[in-house]
Write a protein that binds this ligand. Structure first.
Ligand SMILES: Cc1cc2nc3c(=O)[nH]c(=O)nc-3n(C[C@H](O)[C@H](O)[C@H](O)COP(=O)(O)OP(=O)(O)OC[C@H]3O[C@@H](n4cnc5c(N)ncnc54)[C@H](O)[C@@H]3O)c2cc1C
Length: 371
C-alpha cells in the first residue's frame, strides 16, 4: 500500500472540520479531510442550528462564561457574511434566518430566571429585553395563553445544520477520505497517520476536529453529551422565531419542519433513542405552542455533543504540535465562523482580530491538559 502525502490533514468532517478545510483551501496547501462516516455520525447532523449566544451564558466560572459569550456573539456577527458567501459559492440554501429568539416563561420562577439572564447578557453588551406575555403573543400568536413573559433576543439567528453540512461539502476542493483514523505519530517535521483499514498517510500539519468520540483525545478532555430531538410537521409561518423554554425548544425550518429539542445526558456514547425522552419533549413543546400537540412526527434522532469540563471549546495545539478544534459542546454551529477564523489564523499565521486573539487565549488546551 502506498502512503499518500498531504500538507494538511483534518481529522473529522463535521461542521468544524469542513468549514476549516474551506477556509484553508484559499492557501496553496494540499488538504485532506478524514471522516469516519457512519461509524461515528457527526453531532453536526443532529443539531437544531440555533445561533443563540444570548441563551448560552453558562453558569460556573465567570471568566470562562464571559469568554464563551463573547466568542458566540462574535461568531454570530460573522454568520450573515458566512452564510451569504457559502450560498453564493454553492448555489445551495442553508435556511439561515434572522428572526430572533424568544425565551418564554410560564411560571414566576422561570420569569425570574429569564430576567437574570437578560441582565447578565445586557451587562456584556448583548441586545436582549424582557417583554410581557401579551407582547410575546403579539410577536408569536401561536404561543400558549399561559406564557406570562419572555426574554427577546432579536438578533439571535438560526440555520439548518444539514443544509449547512451539504453546502460546506459542496464548497470543498480538498480531498475527502472516508476512514477512521486510529493513530497519529510525530516523526520530525512529519506526522504519520494510520487508518483502521491499515491505510497510511503523511501530513506536515494535523488538525483534530473529531468531535465527541474520536478515540484520539483523552475522555477527560472531550466527552460525549448525548442529545435526542424530533421534528414534526407544522405549517410554515405558524411560528417564525426560535422559541426556547427551560424544558424544550422549537425551531421552525423550511418546508414546514419544526425541530423540537433536546435531551442532555453526559457521558452516554450510544445513539439509542428513548421514547420517553421524545414524549417529554413533545409534552413540553405543546405547553409552549399548543398547536404542536397533534402534529405528525416526521423524524426522531440523537447525537453526541462534544463536551468539555468547563463547557468551552478547545482551540490551540497539543504537546505534539497537532492543532485542536474540539469541544464545541452545545454551540458548534454557532461557533463555526469564529472557530474557523481562529484555527485558520493559527495554522496559516494570519493576523488575528482582537476577538480571535482573546478567544485563543481563553480556549487554549493548556487549561484542560494537566500533564
Ligand atoms: C441534539 C443536538 C442539538 C444541538 N443543537 C445545536 C444548536 O442548536 N446550535 C449549535 O450551535 N450547536 C448545537 N449542537 C451542538 C453541535 O451539534 C456540535 O457542537 C457540533 O456539531 C460539533 O461539530 P464538530 O465538527 O466538532 O463535531 P461532529 O459534528 O461530531 O463531527 C466530528 C466528525 O469527526 C469524525 N471522526 C471522529 N473521530 C474520527 C476519527 N478517529 N477518524 C476520522 N474521523 C473521525 C466523525 O465521523 C464526525 O463526522 C447540538 C447537538 C445536538 C446533539
Amino acid at each position: 500500500m502506498t502512503t499518500k502525502n498531504f500538507d494538511i490533514a483534518i481529522i473529522g468532517g463535521g461542521v468544524i472540520g469542513l468549514a476549516l478545510a474551506r477556509a484553508l483551501q484559499k492557501s496553496d496547501a494540499s488538504i485532506a479531510i478524514f471522516d469516519a462516516g457512519r461509524e461515528i455520525p457527526p453531532a453536526s447532523f443532529a443539531a437544531a442550528g440555533m445561533l443563540s449566544p444570548s441563551f448560552e451564558l453558562a453558569d460556573g466560572n465567570a471568566e470562562v462564561a464571559e469568554a464563551l459569550y463573547r466568542f458566540g456573539a462574535y461568531s454570530l456577527s460573522r454568520w450573515s457574511d458566512f452564510a451569504a458567501t457559502l450560498e453564493d459559492e454553492t448555489g445551495a440554501s442553508i435556511d439561515y434566518r434572522t428572526d430572533g429568539t424568544l425565551g418564554v416563561a410560564n411560571s414566576t420562577d422561570e420569569l425570574e430566571a429569564w430576567r437574570e439572564q437578560t441582565d447578565r447578557v445586557a451587562s456584556l453588551g448583548g441586545d436582549v429585553a424582557m417583554i410581557t406575555g401579551d407582547e410575546a403573543r403579539a410577536l408569536e400568536p401561536a404561543l400558549a395563553s399561559t406564557i406570562i413573559g419572555a426574554m427577546l433576543a432579536p438578533k439571535d439567528a438560526q440555520v439548518d445544520p444539514r443544509r449547512l453540512m451539504a453546502a460546506l461539502t459542496k464548497s470543498l476542493c480538498a480531498k475527502q477520505i472516508t476512514a477512521r483514523i486510529t493513530t497519529v505519530k510525530k516523526d520530525g517535521h512529519c506526522y504519520h497517520i494510520k487508518a483502521s483499514d491499515g491505510e497510511a498517510f503523511n501530513a506536515r500539519t494535523v488538525v483534530y476536529a473529531g468531535g465527541a468520540v474520536s478515540g484520539l483525545v483523552a475522555k477527560e478532555i472531550v466527552f460525549p453529551v448525548k442529545g435526542e430531538a424530533t421534528a414534526i410537521g407544522l405549517s410554515e409561518g405558524i411560528v417564525r422565531r426560535v422559541i426556547r423554554h427551560r424544558d424544550a425548544y422549537l425551531c421552525p425550518k423550511a418546508g414546514g419542519r419544526m425541530v423540537i429539542g433536546a435531551s442532555e445526558m453526559r457521558g452516554r456514547d450510544d445513539l439509542e433513542i428513548d421514547a420517553s425522552a421524545i414524549a417529554h419533549l413533545r409534552t413540553n413543546a405543546a405547553l409552549i405552542v399548543p398547536e404542536s400537540e397533534n402534529a405528525k412526527e416526521l423524524e426522531r434522532w440523537s447525537g453526541l455533543r462534544p463536551g468539555t469540563a468547563d463547557g468551552a471549546p478547545i482551540l490551540g495545539r497539543n504537546a505534539d504540535g497537532c492543532f485542536l478544534a474540539l469541544g464545541h459542546y452545545r454551540n458548534g454551529i454557532l461557533h463555526t465562523p469564529a472557530a474557523t477564523e481562529a484555527m485558520a489564523a493559527l495554522i496559516l499565521g494570519n493576523t488575528q482580530t482582537p476577538e480571535i486573539a482573546a478567544a485563543l487565549r481563553a480556549f487554549s488546551p493548556d487549561r484542560l491538559v494537566t500533564t
